[in-house]
Design a protein around this ligand. Sequence first.
Ligand SMILES: Nc1ncnc2c1ncn2[C@@H]1O[C@H](COP(=O)(O)OP(=O)(O)O)[C@@H](O)[C@H]1O
Ligand SMILES: [Mg+2]
Length: 335
Amino acid sequence: MRFDARSFEGQPLQLLLARVRAGDIDRILGEARRQMAPRPRGVVRTRGAADQPTVDLMPAMEGAAVVDSPLPPDHPPVQIPRVTLVEWIGAGAEGIVYLGIAEQTGRNVAVKLVRQDAGATRSSAVREALICAKLQHPNIVRVLTVELLPPWWVIIMELVKGCTLSTAAVSQRDKPVFGQLSDALCLLSARGIVHRDVKPANVILRDANRSPVLIDFGLAVDLGAAEWMPDSTQGTPIFMAPDALRGNKPEPSWDWYSLGITVAEVLLGMRFCGKYSSLTYTDLAALKLTGAFDREVRQALRELEDAELSSWCAALTDSGSPEREKAIRQACHWQ
Ligand SMILES: Nc1ncnc2c1ncn2[C@@H]1O[C@H](COP(=O)(O)OP(=O)(O)O)[C@@H](O)[C@H]1O
Ligand SMILES: [Mg+2]
């Protein structure tokens, strides 16, 4: 099935049957079998220290072990009609991302492959594309198409050239970066979308102009579509709001909290990811639910020289703060 997200506005969605060349099927299935080897339930999947785990928390309630995901394949495991895959450029807990060239236009694109078994239900890749299509914003990645080439969901996006905030050198002088991210979150809040996985690894800083781009809407929820079911709690624990850890219904405030922790981590050298990376989910959740984690972050934020930035970040991480609403509006002026 093929779905063209560009036709979302005003036109009917285009649904076409995907054609996989017969000779490719064995190769795709062989690769898929290698990739889809069963993983133990209740583990946190991680791919190195920089990208903290995205995890389905429900099976991990009694404490999670951390294991490494298999490395991405040397050769792309699927051939995509009209797109040549050139090289592997990134991976998260769910997707493998390649640089591709659209054959008809010669344009570079990013191609994200999501295994059907990777917590990605049939609709989740389509939902990721639909939600992105609703959010036209310079600081939100543009998704072009999504299609099913079994056993992969293939999401084709604009290629954002740059590094993620996990590795980019960012300082307190980069307030416009945080301002632009706030602007993007304002749009999400206004549209009733909760990203649920705002973190340094999901923000790419463009090489060309240092503008940030929010990526990875794989866990995003459209509150208006009433699609959320209280069946699983997902996210990256260290960046998740206490309410998110409780498994409550998603709210836009969760993303603001995650932005606060993201900015704090980036400015403080990923201090808390390092300090708490070996904690079990249960222990980290306990730290968060008692408020101890947030107090520690806010204490550390006092080290920043820029008092405005420090109090802004602290207010975002404090859902009870009367300053929070003001803080949310404030950063949009840091353009
Ligand atoms: N549009 C894009 N342009 C360039 N690189 C990208 C793009 N989307 C993702 N990436 C890279 O691939 C990595 C994984 O993508 P992501 O969508 O976060 O996957 P996951 O859902 O597995 O976390 C990102 O951290 C980033 O390095
Ligand atoms: Mg990601």
